[in-house]
Write a protein that binds this ligand. Structure first.
Ligand code: CO
Length: 179
């Protein structure tokens, strides 16, 4: 496994529509492993392949205290409800914004073995991360979804550091993770 460089929001690679994966080979599996390592090192909750310069439809998510999940060619099958959330992104480090997201999200995808899986999430960080990462695959960033243009702010330096809690490294609060 290798840690990859995370591209920042001004990179044109983050504005492209990523291509579908046709064949799940060792290269795709290596990419997934690299993305999980990169996400974990950056203390993020999710990462999409375009953020490491690969314009393909692959994403990884690790909700704190859970195993990582990898989704290939994910598609939102159904979404419902609306909620206003704080959101951050590993490609926009140190910033947070207020966005509108769905309450329930149902996603269909292939897992790393090529099997079709469905992931359903309701009113939690997983639901938010699924929409955020699938947006990345379409060249969309959360700053495109702010509730108002000025609803974005920079964290103070002490807020940027994760806090070492009893249950391990957590973000500065569940509402302020980078995904
Ligand atoms: Co992001």
């Amino acid at each position: 496994m290798a840690q990859r460089e995370i591209l920042l929001a001004d990179s044109p690679a983050l504005r492209q529509k990523a291509k579908k994966i046709r064949i799940i080979d060792a290269g795709v599996q290596r990419l997934i492993d690299d993305m999980i390592e990169t996400m974990d090192q950056a203390h993020g909750v999710g990462l999409a392949a375009p953020q490491v310069g690969e314009s393909v439809r692959v994403l990884v998510i690790r909700i704190p205290e859970s195993e990582p999940i990898a989704l290939i060619n994910p598609q939102v099958v159904k979404r419902s409800g609306e909620r206003i959330l704080e959101e951050g992104c590993l490609s926009i480090p140190g910033w947070r914004g207020e966005v509108k997201r769905s309450v329930t999200v149902l996603v269909k995808a292939l897992n790393r073995d090529g099997r079709e899986i469905r992931v359903k999430a309701t009113a939690d960080l997983l639901a938010q991360a699924l929409e955020h990462e699938i947006d990345h695959l379409d060249g969309v960033l959360y700053i495109d979804r702010l509730t108002a243009p000025d609803r974005m702010w920079k964290l103070l330096p002490h807020e940027e550091e994760g806090e070492e809690g009893e249950e391990g490294l957590v973000g500065a609060g569940s509402h302020s993770v980078e995904i």
